[in-house]
Ligand binder design. Structure first.
Ligand code: PMP
Ligand code: GLN
Length: 413
C-alpha cells in the first residue's frame, strides 16, 4: 500500500458482512431494512425504466442530475430558510460516503486537525488520515443513570474536552446527528456549543445528517446550517438510502455555500464524475411526491419514523428481558446495549480479537446465530473502553425478524 494507506485493514463492514454470508446468523448487523421499501418508491424506478426519454440511460450532469438537484434545492431551501442554488451549492454523490469523502479530502490539508465526536461513523477516521489530516477525538460517555434505562441523551461530552480539542490548526469538526451508532440527537444547546467554537476558531462543520428524518418524539432534528452564522461554514450531508429505505441505491448529496462546494466538486469530478442517472431521476420523483405531502401522516418521512418507533420499543423490550441494558435511542435505527450482566454466558476464548465486544459479536454470529456490530469500531483507541461491553443492533427489520432475534436471545441467556 502507498504510505498514506499504510496499516489499512479491512473495515468492520467487510469483515462482518462476509461473516453473515458464511455463517448465516440472523442479521441485525449492517444497517438496512429487510422488508420492501414503499411500492411508490420502487415504482419510480419501473417508471424511469420505460420512460420514452432515452437520455435517462445516459450520462447526466456531473455535479448532480438536474431534476434531483432541483428537488433537493427546493426541499432544503425551505428547511434551511434560505435559497440554496441548485447548480453551485448542491452536489449529488455516490451515497453519503462519497459526499463525506469529497468534503474531507476537498478541505483537509496535510497537518490540519479535524475534531471528531465519538462514537463516530467509522469511515471518518481513514478519510481524514488519507487526506493527511489529524483526527482529534472528543468522546461521548454514558453518565450515571439510576432507576431507569439510559437514553442516548445521557451520553454527553465534557465541555472542557470539547473546547480543548480546538486550536489554530483545527480545520473542521465532524458532527453526526442523529448519531450512528447511539441514536443521539444533538440538542440546540449542544449544537450551539459546537457552533460557537467553530466561529471562535474559524472552523468548518461537516454535518452528517443522513438520519435526519428518523427522530423520535418529542425530539427534533436541528440542522446545523440553520444556527446563526453557521450556513457560511457548514457542509451538510444526506442520503437517499436512509431517506427512502433504499440503501442499495447509493445516492447521497452535500449542500453548502458555493465557495465551500467548489472543493467538493473538484474531488468529485475526477473520481466519480457523474452519478447513476436513472436512480437519481427516481430519487427526484420520490422527493417531488413527498414535498407535496410533507405535513400529512402518509408522507414517508412521517410514516417511517412512526413504524420505527414501535420497532425500537420492541427491540428495547427484547434486550431488557434478556438482561442487557439498552440505551434508548432518540433517533436513527440502531440501539447500543450493554451485555455485561450476561458475560458468564459468553465464550470469550473462541475468538482472539483484542476487544471484548469483537469477541462477543463474532462468537454470537458464529455460534449463537445473531449478528450485531462491535461498537469499539466507532471509538478511537484510547476511548474504546467506553463501549467494550456493548453491542450495536439494527432494528429496521421486519417484526418477524425481531421476534426471531428475541427467540435466539431467550434461548441463549
Ligand atoms: N453516514 C452515516 C452516519 C451512516 O450511518 C451511513 C450509512 N452507511 C453513511 C454516512 C453512508 O451513507 P450511504 O449509504 O448513503 O453511503
Ligand atoms: N451505515 C450502515 C451501518 O452503519 C452501513 C455501513 C456500511 O455498509 N458501510 O450499518
Amino acid at each position: 500500500l502507498p504510505m498514506r494507506y499504510a496499516g489499512a485493514e479491512p473495515s468492520v463492514w467487510t469483515e462482518f458482512i462476509q461473516m453473515a454470508i458464511d455463517y448465516k446468523p440472523l442479521n441485525l448487523g449492517q444497517g438496512f431494512p429487510d422488508y420492501p421499501p414503499p411500492e411508490y418508491i420502487t415504482d419510480t424506478l419501473a417508471q424511469v425504466a420505460v420512460d420514452p426519454n432515452p437520455l435517462l440511460h445516459q450520462f447526466t450532469r456531473g455535479f448532480g442530475h438536474p431534476r434531483l438537484v432541483k428537488a433537493l434545492s427546493k426541499l432544503y431551501s425551505s428547511l434551511i430558510g434560505r435559497q440554496i442554488n441548485e447548480r453551485t451549492e448542491i452536489l449529488t454523490t455516490s451515497g453519503a460516503y462519497e459526499a463525506l469523502f469529497s468534503a474531507i479530502s476537498g478541505h483537509t490539508d496535510v497537518g490540519d486537525e479535524v475534531v471528531v465526536i465519538e462514537p463516530f461513523f467509522d469511515c471518518y477516521e481513514p478519510m481524514i488520515t488519507y487526506a493527511g489530516g489529524i483526527p482529534r477525538y472528543v468522546p461521548l460517555r454514558l453518565k450515571e443513570v439510576t432507576g431507569r434505562l439510559p437514553t442516548s441523551a445521557d451520553w454527553v461530552w465534557d465541555k472542557d474536552e470539547l473546547e480543548n480539542a480546538f486550536n489554530e490548526k483545527t480545520k473542521m469538526i465532524i458532527v453526526n446527528t442523529p448519531n450512528n451508532p447511539l441514536g443521539k440527537v444533538l440538542s440546540m444547546e449542544e449544537l450551539t456549543q459546537i457552533a460557537n467554537l467553530c466561529k471562535k476558531w474559524n472552523v468548518l462543520c461537516l454535518s452528517d445528517e443522513v438520519y435526519e428524518w428518523l427522530v423520535y418524539k418529542p425530539h427534533k432534528h436541528i440542522r446545523m446550517a440553520t444556527l446563526p452564522g453557521m450556513w457560511d461554514r457548514t457542509i451538510t450531508v444526506g442520503s437517499a438510502g436512509k431517506t427512502f429505505s433504499v440503501t442499495g441505491w447509493k445516492v447521497g448529496w452535500a449542500y453548502c455555500p458555493a465557495n465551500l462546494m467548489k472543493n467538493l466538486q473538484m474531488v468529485h469530478q475526477n473520481c466519480v464524475y457523474s452519478g447513476v442517472t436513472p436512480i437519481q431521476e427516481s430519487v427526484a420523483i420520490a422527493f417531488e411526491k413527498e414535498m407535496d405531502r410533507m405535513d400529512s401522516d402518509e408522507c414517508f418521512f412521517n410514516s417511517l419514523v412512526r413504524d420505527l418507533e414501535a420497532k425500537r420499543d420492541y427491540m428495547i423490550k427484547i434486550l431488557q428481558d434478556v438482561g442487557m441494558v439498552p440505551t434508548v435511542p432518540d433517533g436513527g435505527y440502531f440501539v447500543l446495549a450493554d451485555w455485561s450482566a450476561l458475560e458468564s454466558k459468553v465464550d470469550f476464548n473462541s475468538e482472539t480479537d483484542k476487544y471484548r465486544d469483537y469477541r462477543f459479536t463474532k462468537w454470537m454470529s458464529k455460534k449463537v446465530g445473531l449478528q450485531g456490530i462491535p461498537p469499539t469500531v466507532f471509538y478511537s483507541s484510547p476511548n474504546k473502553h467506553c463501549v467494550e461491553n456493548f453491542v450495536r443492533y439494527c432494528f429496521i427489520k421486519d417484526n418477524e425478524t425481531l421476534r426471531q432475534a428475541e427467540e435466539i436471545l431467550q434461548r441463549w441467556k
